[in-house]
Ligand binder design. Structure first.
Ligand SMILES: Nc1ncnc2c1ncn2[C@@H]1O[C@H](COP(=O)(O)OP(=O)(O)O)[C@@H](O)[C@H]1O
Ligand SMILES: [Mg+2]
Length: 313
């Protein structure tokens, strides 16, 4: 558990808190904002991710964590903001080039990817979802060599993640946990310096959680920086070196897990996150009930929203 306590060498410069500079940052982002319609989903003034460490990004549902990952990895465009990996600007760089520069995020297996084999999914990871195939195809011998290298690397990773026996199966046939392993293995095909994992434990049964934790720790031991979003407190406390808390698009707290996880505001945010009922969806239902003129339903929903709000305080 030594990793989850305050290390002998400090990660940050000065008092831990939102936006605190790091001794050795790999990623630095400034003024990253993204709104959808009138709603600001992400509004990160400044953040630095420590190199070679495991950083957990936590916060309630709708805090903007996934959107922030999308922006950093080029899968979405911000309204404003800049960020750089090892000093090289990555703003306005498309996703496949971000991947080639060493920063990838895991992606849930969509329906389309489920209909590809495990091996085909791995091969997609090598190019960061396409982009360089056309140019390379002009040089056939080089291309063949690269194809063979990709296959060898995929086989090695599949063996490491114990998916080698499944390489010709449709990804759709994998269990929830195996899909998570495949997402991680695929992300590693581009040999990233920084890996972003979005809820790696979601839908994973307890038998596989331990091996997933082990794989994340292996990444760190190999020198890869990990940034992960997770609701599973156990995982955060067990493996994170640093925790960043997001709420309503902003970074509201940062620090060592042993300190941040004791913070009352953070615990409150977590109670919100673990609620079975989604306040946003209740509010949406209330609008519908009002439109329908169903006074009984309006009353029930108003009560429930009231309870949710008191619980969240
Ligand atoms: N494409 C989109 N269009 C409209 N709203 C979106 C879109 N993507 C995300 N949002 C909204 O942005 C907010 C942040 O969402 P998200 O980044 O998914 O949060 P988290 O991952 O922390 O749960 C939410 O209110 C969500 O509904
Ligand atoms: Mg999310």
């Amino acid at each position: 558990m030594s990793d989850a306590t305050i290390p002998a060498t400090q990660l940050q410069v000065g008092e831990p808190g939102p936006g605190v500079p790091k001794v050795d940052p790999i990623l630095i982002a400034d003024g990253v904002r993204r709104s959808f319609g009138g709603m600001t989903a992400v509004d990160v003034a400044h953040v630095e991710i420590p190199r070679g460490k495991i950083t957990a990004l936590i916060g309630p549902n709708g805090a903007g964590k996934t959107t922030f990952f999308n922006l950093l990895t080029g899968f979405d465009r911000p309204d404003s903001g800049t960020w750089s990996l090892d000093g090289e600007s990555l703003s306005h760089v498309p996703a496949y080039r971000v991947a080639r520069k060493g920063m990838v995020r895991t992606f849930q297996l969509t329906k389309a990817l489920s209909l590809l084999s495990v091996m085909e999914n791995m091969r997609l990871g090598a190019t960061g979802q396409g982009g360089e195939r056309f140019g390379a195809a002009l040089f056939t011998p080089l291309w063949r060599k690269r194809e063979a290298d990709i296959t060898a690397q995929a086989e090695e990773l599949l063996a490491r993640f114990k998916l080698d026996a499944k390489k010709d199966d449709y990804a759709a046939s994998l269990s929830g946990g195996q899909r998570k392993l495949l997402e991680m293995a695929r992300a590693l095909m581009s040999k990233p310096r920084l890996v972003m994992l979005d809820e790696p434990m979601a839908g994973v049964n307890p038998a596989l959680t331990q091996s997933l934790l082990g794989h994340v720790l292996d990444l760190k031991n190999d020198g890869t920086t990990v940034l992960f979003v997770e609701h599973d407190m156990h995982m955060v406390q067990t493996i994170a070196d640093w925790v960043i808390v997001m709420a309503e698009g902003k970074i509201v707290a940062e620090g060592y897990p042993s300190v941040v996880m004791q913070d009352q505001a953070v615990i409150d945010a977590y109670l919100g996150a673990h609620h079975d009922t989604d306040l946003g969806s209740l509010t949406g239902q209330l609008e519908v009930a009002k439109d329908l003129g169903d006074s009984f339903l309006v009353e029930e929903l108003t009560d429930e929203i009231g309870e949710e709000n008191t619980d969240a305080k």
